[in-house]
Ligand binder design. Structure first.
Ligand SMILES: [Zn+2]
Ligand SMILES: [Zn+2]
Ligand SMILES: [Zn+2]
Length: 103
């Protein structure tokens, strides 16, 4: 099942949220459509807390969900390396679960 969701990174606007001054800059997470197709089941991206924005602080989209704010996974096994947070202690995505928090 494919579901259409609002792009988290640009909040459905279709423009890059960090380049609002130049209105030609389309959101790369959704290619400027403001919407994203995801396969179900979807879960809020634990790494960026659903914001679609890289929590490390750089003005880029989340490395884990690519700005969608959601991830597609079926597992309910919590990653034992990051304890389901998706992050290492330095803030980078957990390489064991790829930042998803589940295996
Ligand atoms: Zn977008
Ligand atoms: Zn994310
Ligand atoms: Zn992990």
């Amino acid at each position: 099942m494919t579901k259409i969701i609002k792009c988290a990174y640009c909040n459905g606007i279709g423009k890059d949220p960090f380049e609002l001054h130049s209105s030609i800059s389309n959101c790369h997470a959704c290619n400027g459509t403001g919407q994203i197709e995801v396969d179900e089941p979807i879960h809020k991206c634990i790494y960026c807390n659903g914001s679609g924005i890289n929590p490390i602080g750089a003005k880029i989209s989340c490395m884990v969900c690519n700005g969608k704010g959601f991830n597609h996974y079926i597992s309910d096994i919590v990653c034992d390396k990051c304890k389901g947070t998706g992050k290492w202690t330095d803030g980078w995505p957990c390489s064991h679960c790829n930042g998803i928090g589940f295996l």
